[in-house]
Design a protein around this ligand. Structure first.
Ligand SMILES: N[C@@H](CCC(=O)N[C@@H](CS)C(=O)NCC(=O)O)C(=O)O
Length: 231
């Protein structure tokens, strides 16, 4: 184990997956604690993230770090000389990467989940919001192969995890959140990224996620509707 690294996460969480991918791209070995956080709060989680009580939490030498974007930056700085750079070296490009990562988390991430799992007016509203936000996000790809430029970077990792989850969820629920007609640039990027083989192998098997969503789709929808309302 490199430097005692432990990740509190869940195989089912795209936010936790971001950090797994970051560690793997850096070649850092780590222990993974697969927690069930959606219907209960395990004591380990309450101990290490008493503020938000959310995964992922990275423990490095026993010290906890919460919030996936902060964790990814920490990983990039701590293991600066191994694997790929997650954030660009150039200060302007670095600021742009942070800008799009924040934009994605503020405007796209939750809305994508809500578009799939809520119902009625709330679903229609979040579908419309997703369409607009993803079109704006496509601006971050202008003239570039990846959000990170010629190589993948932090924004590619976080967007890829969420789009991978969304494409499977939308198939199970029967809703059209992301498609080539609405988001040609994003879909082209997704294909390019899958073909580059860098991230795809770090995702949970498609069939496993599909099967989970099919089995628990009513429970997931009930949880999302209880939290975020159905109108
Ligand atoms: N802003 C946080 C969000 C993390 C997050 O939403 N985690 C979810 C799993 S995907 C969670 O722990 N949910 C449990 C809950 O909300 O009770 C991050 O980027 O790490």
């Amino acid at each position: 184990m490199d430097d005692e690294v432990k990740l509190l996460g869940s195989w089912l969480s795209p936010m936790s997956r971001r950090v797994e991918v970051g560690l793997k791209l850096k070649g850092v070995s780590f222990e993974f604690s697969d927690l069930d956080v959606f219907f209960s709060k395990p004591p380990e989680l309450l101990q290490y993230d008493p503020v938000h009580k959310k995964i992922p939490v990275l423990l490095h030498h026993g010290q906890p770090i919460a919030e996936s974007l902060i964790i990814l930056e920490y990983i990039d700085e701590t293991w600066a000389d191994s694997g790929i750079r997650l954030l660009p070296k150039d200060p302007y490009e670095r600021a742009m990467a942070r800008f799009w990562a924040k934009f994605f988390d503020d405007k796209c991430n939750l809305t994508l989940g809500m578009s799939c799992w809520t119902k009625g007016d709330k679903q229609q509203q979040t579908l419309a919001e997703s369409k607009l936000s993803l079109t704006t996000l496509e601006g971050g790809l202008k003239g570039k192969k990846f959000f990170g430029g010629d190589e993948i970077g932090i924004v590619d990792i976080i967007v890829f995890c969420s789009v991978y989850w969304t494409e499977i969820a939308q198939e199970v629920v029967g809703v059209d959140v992301i498609n080539e007609e609405k988001h040609p640039v994003l879909c082209k990027w997704m294909k390019e990224t899958v073909n580059s083989n860098v991230l795809k192998d770090y995702m949970p098997p498609r069939e496993k996620l599909l099967c989970h969503f099919r089995t628990y789709k009513d429970d997931i929808a009930a949880l999302m509707n209880a939290r975020f309302g159905s109108n």
